[in-house]
Write a protein that binds this ligand. Sequence first.
Ligand code: XMP
Length: 326
Amino acid sequence: MKNNTRPETMKRIDNEEAAKIFIEEQIGELRAQIGSDRVLLALSGGVDSSVVAALLIKAVGDQLIGVHVNHGLMRKGESEQVISVFKDKFKADLIYLDETDRFLDKLKGIEDPEQKRKIIGSEFIEVFAEEARKHEGIKFLGQGTIYPDILESDGIKAHHNVGGLPEDLKFELVEPIRLLYKDEVRVVGKALGLPDAMVSRQPFPGPGLGVRCTGAITRNRLDALREADAILREEFEKAGLSGKVWQYFVVVPDFKTTGITNGKRTYEWPAIIRAVNTKDAMEATIEELPYELLKRLVNRITSEVSGLNRVLYDLTPKPPATIEFE
Ligand code: XMP
């Protein structure tokens, strides 16, 4: 029977040596659990599923079938990073499904945030299930469940994330990091050789940029959002703020304002900058960004991203605002 309670005697994994011991133990346990069967795993690019993938690769090699679904709402360069890390570096059998059109077509004209989430969640499960049915002899499903997910089964992840696989696909779960806290997962990830950008990645919601392109998503506005968000992340990296600020991102709302470029009137979207700190995402405070950084962001976003003519900085903590805009 699987143990879902962290034993009081379990030491914190806060250094490389402790991580290496954990990794060795897990490799043994995974081999014992999985034997010569096959395991399926959805790789989102997030730290939890990446660590599970790396552990599984070390334990059972090509018995792992990793699937990365690009729902078209990933940040710039994110799918490419998942592919290059796992396919090229870990030599894993990674299946890449670019389902951008499928998701964006389903989302066309849908304004309600919860309906958008439902569509993204259920479409994701359908894509994954379709892929799973193509493979014979899969007995296990890998999952990046971590200890806070077990403790807070009514928490944010459970609240937002929808449903499970259909009845015909009942796999036995493999959850090697279920007793770890987030900071421990990062230490293990580093010891497994995952790149820093992946290990120290800020939280990113399952529906991705979908909830930051408010209202009905359009491709143009989504592209503008992706570019502006990439600029923000690049500037945060240069300013030494990435890894320090809990979550920072751009939102492009579904309204336009007037502007002027080279003497010509424009009518385009604003980019909204949000940067917050929190312990558990239930309440959040604003990161007070240096004015020089803000000015650089205004400059770069308005000059480099087509479709954006204004930059706003959201100063609202949670509560009364949520971290995301939808
Ligand atoms: P809010 O906006 O509720 O966000 O203050 C709190 C935290 O939860 C993340 N979030 C989500 N994560 N699926 C997820 O996996 C979702 O639908 C979702 N919505 C919000 C958000 O990014 C923040 O870290």
